[in-house]
Design a protein around this ligand. Structure first.
Ligand code: MSP
Length: 648
């Protein structure tokens, strides 16, 4: 069977980071599994280079856009190499092969009457590369909640694409094909969005020249999203390339939730207009957020150098952590501490120890050769049954784009293997010559478990089978997925080695010592500043009992509206939602927050504080904030806890 999987093509306006790496790693795991199942896989990734923001960033660095992107694209390629990404192609939208296809498609849509010339007057958000109408803006800014940056007014001659013409067909397709947009939450969002009415899309720009020229009107460059989406077929050699004929339609377009809209509207309509079948699935996963809150992104300044992380921990642990943490359909959290924790517990303790113990026991109790097994018992039968169940679960979960659940199933097997060691206690069997047959069965079964785990983990951590191979007789045993529930594959007599642990534990103290000196300096400067600050920290108030504390009724509320209280410079009047109720609260935070920064935030309200009148407004509670000196931050929630929930 053929299997075509894609990642988004990334903007090379800045280096890749953990957030952008997730999609590529997830797609890689899916591609690897399908290859191991014997499918004919094509896995595509690449870079989206014709964006206005690239021009801006390059200008800021006094560079021409091409040289600028060339440097960053090298970093993407290098990161994918270090992360063991097995893409079959890497497309750059500045390549001739892509430009040719985009121009041919533009011509075709124009000839067909689906693209027409008119004038665009409206707003543009360069960071999101998105057009917005006046009524969509929020307080005059980009309405994308992750952006909310300034937009620019555009008034220019443009070509438009008749999205409206295809609205009903698209809606019908989405409704008839529940798998087309996944998860269901994004599908419902898209249905609502399309039902709200599609406007024709501006698909060319004239105010800068970087990009693919409209072939019959070269003062226009093609709008970057139309250009970018076409990569999925230009890389296959559309319209008559062998690969296009073989691999299209795509089985999965994998991406973050923020760009599903483009893939669920502009892309299928382009394909419909060209008379090409639509992709089978558009899947939008959640984002990686930092523990402090907010998406991991360059613009928020909370990204960590991915290259440095790989140097410290290696590629497999990073792949494992990201794949395991991103639960299906929701956001995940990333922090280096959590990464180290998972590495030590799941990889070093659970998996690594099992492999080491097994091999050490074969060396110790059978001279380093895998013994021929004696008769089996229910315990071995149970392991065999579990391997089939895990195999099936992994396949199903990966088909549903859920690597976290697939890994959870694999770890169920890891856990069972460890339990089998404890249950069979080979060290006791070894003491009793009468148990030799049983010991042989156990050691053989354990070696088989190591082999099977090498295959189970291979799509997620391709480095694991490479490490196990020399320990298990240097045999090529890890490429055939079907062998995960076949037992009796290892030949008795195969020589094994103890080797080094496949995942050494991370010693956190040693790690800190290894971190670069500047970081240490930064840390000590930070510590000094903290010491300085702490001098002015207020004294702890008198003790209270838990009963006294329990009198406080703290609740999660969402800020619906915020405005300055007239004739004061400190007060904001907030309207907050607490379950079914809406309350008014006056808060002295106006010098720290612009009203619009608070709207949509979930904050904490002292809900049973006696109402007080401030500047004629009755305040029904108090918002909690942390403050020191002239700093202040309202305490807010990063998870989606419903309003009205108690804070205890
Ligand atoms: N160039 C467009 C995609 C065009 S596809 C035809 C683009 N590029 S991007 O570089 O901004 O983002 C690429 C992908 O990275 C998106 O799917 C986005 O959701 C994902 N991520 C960026 N930061 C992320 C996290 N913090 N977490 C998870 N994914 C994130 O959009």
């Amino acid at each position: 069977m053929k299997y075509y999987i894609t990642t988004p093509i990334y903007y090379p306006n800045s280096s890749p980071h953990i957030g952008t790496a997730y999609t590529t790693i997830a797609a890689d795991a899916m591609a690897r599994l399908r290859r191991m199942k014997g499918d004919d896989v094509f896995f595509l990734t690449g870079t989206d280079e014709n964006a206005q923001k690239i021009v801006r960033t390059a200008e800021g660095c006094n560079m021409d856009p091409q040289s600028y992107v060339d440097g960053i694209v090298d970093k993407f390629r290098e990161l994918w190499r270090l992360l063991d990404i097995s893409n079959d192609d890497f497309i750059r939208t500045t390549e001739k092969r892509h430009e040719k296809v985009v121009q041919a498609i533009f011509n075709r849509l124009y000839d067909k009457g689906d693209i027409y010339k008119s004038e665009y007057e409206g707003w543009y958000c360069t960071p999101c590369e998105t057009f917005w109408t006046q009524n969509k803006l929020v307080d005059g800014k980009c309405p994308n909640p992750d952006c909310w940056r300034e937009v620019e007014l555009l008034k220019e001659e443009s070509y438009f694409f008749k999205l409206s013409k295809y609205q009903d067909r698209l809606l019908q397709h989405i409704k008839d094909n529940p798998d087309f947009i996944q998860p269901a939450s994004r599908r419902n969002e898209m249905i609502k969005f399309i039902e709200g009415g599609l406007e024709d899309l501006c698909v060319s720009r004239t105010t800068f020249q970087w990009g693919i020229k409209v072939p019959f009107d070269p003062k226009h460059v093609v709008y970057v999203w139309l250009d970018a989406l076409i990569n999925y077929i230009s890389a296959l050699g559309y319209p008559d390339g062998e690969k296009f004929i073989k691999y299209w339609p795509a089985d999965v377009h994998l991406m973050g939730k923020d760009i599903v809209r483009f893939h669920a509207v502009i892309w299928p309509i382009t394909l419909m207009a060209l008379g090409i079948p639509l992709p089978k699935k558009v899947f939008g996963h959640g984002w990686f957020l930092s523990r402090e809150g907010g998406k991991i992104s360059k613009s928020r300044g909370n990204v960590q150098d991915a290259f440095e992380l790989i140097r410290r921990y290696g590629s497999d642990p990073i792949r494992y952590f990201l794949l395991r943490e991103m639960q299906w359909g929701v956001d995940g959290y990333y922090s280096e501490d959590d990464l180290v924790e998972k590495l030590n517990s799941d990889l070093a303790n659970d998996l690594g120890n099992f492999v080491s113990r097994t091999l050490a026991m074969i060396v110790k109790y059978n001279g380093g050769n895998i013994p021929a097994p004696g008769p089996s018992t229910d315990l071995e039968k149970e392991l065999k049954e579990l391997s089939s169940k895990v195999k099936q679960t992994v396949e199903e979960k990966m088909l549903a784009c859920d690597p976290a659940a697939a890994l959870e199933a694999v770890w169920q097997f890891v856990g069972r293997c460890n339990k089998y060691v404890d249950e069979t206690a080979p060290w006791n069997l070894a003491k009793d010559p009468g148990s030799k047959d049983r010991l042989n069965t156990v050691l053989y079964t354990l070696a088989e478990c190591v082999r099977i785990l090498g295959i189970f983990t291979a799509p997620f951590m391709p480095g694991v089978p490479k490490k196990i191979k020399p320990l298990l007789g240097n045999l090529d045993l890890f490429t055939d997925w079907e062998q995960t529930d076949q037992w009796g594959v290892l030949q008795p007599g195969t020589a094994v080695q103890k080797g080094e642990p496949i995942f050494p534990r991370i010693d956190v103290t040693a790690l800190m010592a290894e971190k670069p000196a500047e970081q240490e300096n930064e840390k000590s400067a930070h510590a000094d500043a903290e010491k300085e600050k702490s001098k002015s920290i207020a004294e702890i108030k008198e003790e209270i009992t838990i009963e006294e504390f329990a009198k406080l009724d703290l609740r999660v509320v969402k800020v619906l509206k915020a405005e300055k209280v007239e004739k004061t410079d400190k007060l904001l009047k907030l309207e907050v939602e607490m379950g079914q109720e809406v309350r008014t609260v006056v808060s002295g935070i106006a010098q720290h927050y612009a009203p619009e920064e608070l709207v949509g935030k979930k904050v904490i309200l002292v809900a049973n504080l006696k109402p007080a009148k401030l500047r004629g407004i009755v305040s029904q509670g108090m918002i909690l904030a942390a403050s020191q000196g002239d700093q202040l931050e309202v305490l807010s929630l990063t998870k989606d806890i419903p309003t009205g929930a108690q804070v205890k």
